[in-house]
Design a protein around this ligand. Structure first.
Ligand SMILES: NC(=O)c1ccc[n+]([C@@H]2O[C@H](COP(=O)([O-])OP(=O)(O)OC[C@H]3O[C@@H](n4cnc5c(N)ncnc54)[C@H](O)[C@@H]3O)[C@@H](O)[C@H]2O)c1
Length: 727
């Protein structure tokens, strides 16, 4: 035994090879926490002092190799000043350099996921062998930082600047075959052959067949690129990546700059450049929010897992209705491996549903994500039917018929009679109260909402809505099924609009008021897109459809008449209502706030439309002057206030779940962390002051709650302030 720590052991074999194993006690995965780094340093020191070591194999006793740094430490660490962060990374550089400089050859045996710092440890080894099921990657830019433990220096020297830029700026997790192709690893073998393969490499290195010193020297020298190559690689990449990442995500571009600046330098100087850039990015708001998002996502996923662990098996399901949503639900279930019956009352609807599933599976085949056998298998998981035969052994049903309470009530009662007593019944309704739909059922405890978003295959969120009588078992089964479909479920309580639409409609309310006061809707769209939304409110309304928006708005007005029943001042009609009355339904019939033409690929492209402007003009009451910041405040305050109310009313359990639902459900700008993160970032006090001023002019939609005022007075926030911890 050379070293024994809590998470790392180093054992010397009879042939002199040292086996260093990561195995964090009481943890399901290995992360490089500060404690782990300290142990690693001690283990390497012990290795340096041990006699007759002939080589080193680094591996893990967990399913994954090392999943990365311990992100729960980031907020505390990143509050420290830049000098501290530079010193911190310089120290880790020193430790990893010690690994690289060991007086014997080293090999990483990558048995599972090796990400971030875990990947960077493997890069400091002379050789890498990888299990065929493992993945390797540097996802740091997704957290608003860059690989800070040598990844920006070693990876380009190992696989070329172009490949390294792709890995680092994309933050991709790369499969073994892809890693082998670019030369990131030396061999790919099956998991059980990994150790033998690693030992074989060391044997060949010691026999002089493989030159590990030459390997080291490549990683420690400047990158071999002439000036023209440099220009081609870096400048082209910067243009491309900037276009893809957009102006709100600086990390991918910074990473390219770090690789470029360090290209002409040796190891230590290139590492110093990396450390400095890392420290700068770690201090940005974007990084703060992206790290917060990661932590919230983990919390949401953990809660989902807890529910799912208590759920009865969901092996066979059914969807009622083969329309836009039903077809999408059937596809997603089948693609992810849960067989599903798709029932409709019209043969044409079934055919359309199947056709859509075929189209989406065809795309997966084209992209190489599925083989033709897998496509056939997925398709065979969907069984279209016009009858209720075979419903007896179904574990869960999703009702997705037309949005009409009478039809839904009838359909739900009908299907309930055919199901096993323990089966779960759910509805994908977007506006009808779950308690109302439960009222006619014999087993309301087995019933809850399962609200998908359109398009189902692309939108990650599923709201699981608990009614007054819904049992834990029904919630658990529904959460489990959402997870089986690859979705992120968030459990909420029943209320008009549930969580997401309840928060979205006040945002549309803010939009209507702005337009009424003379703001140009195309400008509002531009400002909100610049703020970070994937589309502005007018464009979003066109996508949602004016009929759906008008209907949902009426439901919200009835549910919350104090603030959501909007009386438009000029003639009593909002711009949205006027669009609807003129049959401008949005994208679905080619005209709404914009006109839609087909682009070259046959996709709808929006163009400005004078008629739409003339129509909106009729809704204008006064003519105000608005700065971009005014527009942002008038749009964001009602949305954020409703998120606060949902939390206060217990519709959603935690700020993290509320924020993740908005990001996954309506595309709230991720780099701003969600509505409650956004309030924290502005400062609760500042937000309340802003809301109060707006409420004076614009009414209750903008008015802060008592509780929020109280939070402002006490200096409280939604998420813990990490600025004083760990200092
Ligand atoms: N479209 C969206 O963006 C969206 C988003 C979230 C939720 N929803 C909700 O999903 C549900 C379905 O919406 P959609 O857009 O898919 O509607 P849709 O009109 O495209 O499809 C409804 C389907 O239900 C079928 N149907 C009607 N009565 C039936 C019955 N008794 N048994 C079986 N099938 C029957 C119809 O033939 C049709 O194929 C609605 O409750 C809607 O509010 C829609």
């Amino acid at each position: 035994m050379i070293y024994q720590g809590n998470a790392i052991t180093v054992v010397q074999r009879d042939d002199g090879i040292a086996m260093l194993t990561f195995d964090a006690q009481d943890e399901s995965v290995n992360t490089l926490s500060s404690k782990m780094i300290e142990e690693f340093e001690a283990a390497l020191a012990a290795l340096g002092e041990a006699a007759n070591v002939k080589g080193l194999v680094i591996t893990s006793a967990k399913d994954a190799f090392i999943v990365g740094a311990d992100i729960t430490e980031f907020h505390g660490m990143f509050r420290r000043d830049e000098d501290f962060l530079v010193d911190m990374n310089t120290r880790v550089h020193g430790i990893f350099n010690t690994l690289e400089d060991l007086p014997f050859p080293s090999v990483a045996a990558i048995n599972g996921l090796a990400l971030g710092g875990g990947c960077e440890i493997t890069l400091a080894c002379d050789f890498r062998v990888m299990s065929d099921s493992a993945k390797l990657g540097l996802p740091e830019t997704k957290l608003g930082i860059l690989p800070g433990w040598g990844g920006c220096v070693r990876l380009p020297r190992l696989i070329g600047a172009d490949n390294a830029i792709e890995w680092i700026s994309g933050g991709t997790e790369n499969r073994a075959d892809a890693a082998l192709k670019v030369g990131a690893v030396d061999a790919v073998v099956s998991g059980d052959a990994l150790e033998a393969a690693a030992l074989d490499i060391l044997g060949r290195a010691n026999a002089g067949e493989l030159d590990h010193q030459a390997r080291r020297s490549v990683k420690q020298s400047p990158l071999m690129l002439n000036a023209i190559e440099q220009m081609m690689v870096f400048e082209t990449a910067k243009g491309y990546v900037a276009g893809k990442a957009g102006p709100h995500y600086p990390a991918p571009i910074e990473a390219i700059k770090v690789i470029q600046k360090g290209a002409g330098e040796g190891r230590e100087r290139a590492q110093a450049i990396e450390a400095k850039a890392f420290a700068k990015l770690a201090k940005t708001d974007v990084c703060y929010h992206l790290v917060g998002l990661f932590l919230s996502d983990q919390l949401v996923k953990k809660k989902g897992k807890q529910y799912a662990n208590q759920a009865a098996a969901v092996n066979k399901t059914a969807v009622l209705g083969a329309g836009i949503m039903g077809g999408g639900i059937a596809y997603q279930s089948a693609y992810k491996g849960t067989p599903i019956l798709m029932k409709d009352i019209k043969e044409e609807a079934l055919q359309l549903g199947l056709q859509e599933a075929r189209k989406l599976l065809g795309k997966q085949l084209e992209r190489g994500r599925l083989s033709s056998d897998q496509v056939a298998e997925a398709l065979s998981n969907i069984r279209p039917t016009l009858s209720y035969g075979d419903f007896g052994d179904v574990d869960l049903v999703v009702e997705a018929v037309v949005e009409n309470p009478k039809v839904k009530e009838a359909v739900l009662a009908e299907v309930e009679g055919l199901l096993d007593d323990n089966a779960t019944l759910t509805s994908n309704t977007s506006t009808i109260s779950i308690d109302r739909l439960a009222a006619n059922l014999k087993r309301p405890e087995n019933f809850c909402g399962m609200h998908f978003f359109n398009p189902v295959h692309r939108m990650p969120l599923v709201e699981v809505i608990r009614g007054e009588k819904t049992s834990d078992a029904a919630v658990a089964a529904t959460v489990a099924y959402a997870r089986q479909m690859g979705k992120t479920p968030v459990v909420v309580n029943d209320c008009p609009g549930f969580l997401v639409n309840r928060v979205l409609f006040p945002y549309f309310g803010g939009f209507s008021l702005l337009v009424e006061q003379g703001a140009d809707f195309e400008r509002v769209d531009k400002v909100m897109e610049k703020f970070g939304w994937p589309m502005g409110p007018a464009y979003l309304l066109d996508v949602v459809g004016m009929d759906t928006a008008v209907h949902a708005q009426a439901v919200m007005a009835e549910g919350f008449p104090d603030r959501m029943a909007q009386e438009a001042k000029n003639g009593g009609k909002t711009a949205i209502q006027r669009m609807y009355d003129e049959d401008r339904l949005g994208q679905k019939n080619g005209k709404g706030f914009y006109r839609y033409e087909e682009d070259k690929k046959g996709k709808p492209k929006k163009v400005s439309d004078e008629q739409a402007h003339a129509l909106v003009e009729e809704a204008v009451d006064t003519r105000g002057e608005f700065s971009d910041d005014d527009i942002i405040a008038r749009m964001m305050v009602p949305l954020c206030m409703e998120a606060v109310r949902c939390l206060e009313d217990g519709i959603v359990a935690t700020p993290a779940e509320a924020d993740m639902a908005l990001i996954y459900g309506i595309g709230f700008p991720p780099f701003r962390g969600g509505a409650l993160h956004y309030i924290d970032a502005l400062g609760v006090e500042t937000f309340v002051a802003q809301a109060e001023t707006l409420a004076e002019e614009l009414g209750p939609l903008y008015r802060p709650t008592e509780r929020l005022r109280d939070m402002a007075a006490k200096g409280e926030r939604f998420y813990p302030d990490t600025s004083e911890s760990d200092q």
